[in-house]
Design a protein. Structure first.
Length: 85
């Protein structure tokens, strides 16, 4: 849960609101939240099947999903110190 909260949730909520200009920020945040909702729904709905088939190794699916966001966080531009517009 620490990896999920640090890598996936932080990029979905916080970073998206920082990078979009004011005019299209609601649209960008909407797409981001839909993607977060859809991915969470897929991971949670497939969890019983995954645990039934591969057992504890299904945790690697969540770990790999979280690891996908490490380059996203690292390579996107820094927004600290920039003006709002």
């Amino acid at each position: 849960m620490a990896f999920q909260g640090t890598f996936c949730d932080a990029t979905m909520y916080l970073y998206v609101s920082e990078i979009f200009p004011t005019e299209i920020r609601p649209i960008g945040i909407g797409f981001s939240l839909f993607g977060q909702f859809a991915s969470t729904l897929i991971l949670l709905q497939t969890a019983p099947i995954g645990f039934g088939n591969v057992g504890w190794k299904y945790y690697f699916v969540t770990i790999c999903w979280s690891a996908f966001f490490i380059p996203v966080i690292y390579f996107f531009p820094e927004t600290a110190g920039l003006t709002l517009e």
